[in-house]
Design a protein around this ligand. Structure first.
Ligand code: PEP
Length: 253
């Protein structure tokens, strides 16, 4: 049976009371596919969300991490700090971090390695800008991100990574990639992973689509063969909007 992951990326939204209420409400939904659902929340909301989701089967995690264990990195959060909270997932290389906070493929690669070592599942974001797509360079661009991001990561460790294809032109813009465009790139990513490792790693890898996914377009995107779920920003901020996407995935089982 096809595996899914429906992951909500709250970005810099919600204070603790809102986060706790959301987690409680989401838990009360009793999703049949709860183990295929996760919330990626601000650092300061991790404890409340982890507590609120306890016993639900729904995973949770952070949106970024530093690759060093400790040291003089003012304002940063380390992998051991996330481990202590018991997170399941951590987003790495989101395009907003690449664009606004100087994230590079080199730092992404170090973060992937640090998270894998700690047993926290990285959700690695890759994807091209509008300019690159208009120049028909999306495959070359995404392949180069994958080569650099997985540099020095062995086969067993690579299989622990979730990849999210997030075309930058579709994030927060309301402009979704068509199901065929999203499928084409997710299939392409699976092919690149197959070439870097082998078909079993590629076949088992969860490859998500992210970019203005919402209740009205989720079923068509999630039905595609190579799309194993979604990384969802705006539509993950309201319980009903997010739950509709979770239900769409459950109905495709
Ligand atoms: C994201 O932040 O990863 C994302 C896909 O955002 P949105 O769903 O709002 O486009």
């Amino acid at each position: 049976m096809k595996k899914y992951l429906i992951a909500g990326n709250w970005k810099m939204n919600k204070v603790t009371a809102e986060a706790a209420a959301f987690a409680e409400e989401l838990k009360a939904k009793n999703f049949s596919n709860a183990d295929e659902v996760a919330l990626l929340v601000p650092f300061t909301q991790l404890t409340a969300v982890g507590e609120g989701l306890k016993g639900s089967g729904i995973g949770f995690g952070a949106q970024n991490v530093h690759f060093e264990k400790s040291g003089a990195f003012t304002g940063e959060i380390s992998v051991p700090m996330l481990e202590e909270i018991g997170v399941d997932y951590c987003i790495v290389g989101h395009s907003e971090r690449r664009e606004y906070f100087g994230e590079t493929d080199e730092t992404v690669n170090k973060k992937l390695k640090a998270l894998i070592l700690a047993g926290i599942t990285p959700i690695l974001c890759v994807g091209e800008s509008l300019e690159v797509r208009e120049g028909k360079g999306e495959q070359t661009f995404v392949a180069s991100q994958l080569f650099a991001d997985f540099e020095g990561i062995g086969m067993a460790d690579a299989s622990k990574v979730v990849v999210a294809y997030e075309p930058i032109w579709a994030i927060g813009t309301g402009k979704t990639a068509t199901p065929d465009q999203a499928e084409e790139m997710c299939a392409f990513i699976r092919g690149v992973i197959g070439g870097m490792y082998d078909n079993s790693v590629a076949d088992d890898m969860l490859i998500l689509y992210g970019g203005s996914m919402k209740a009205s377009n989720a079923a068509d995107l999630l039905a595609k063969k190579d799309i194993n779920g979604g990384l969802i920003g705006g539509a993950s901020l309201k319980v009903d909007d997010f739950s509709a996407i979770v239900d769409a995935a459950a109905q495709l089982k």
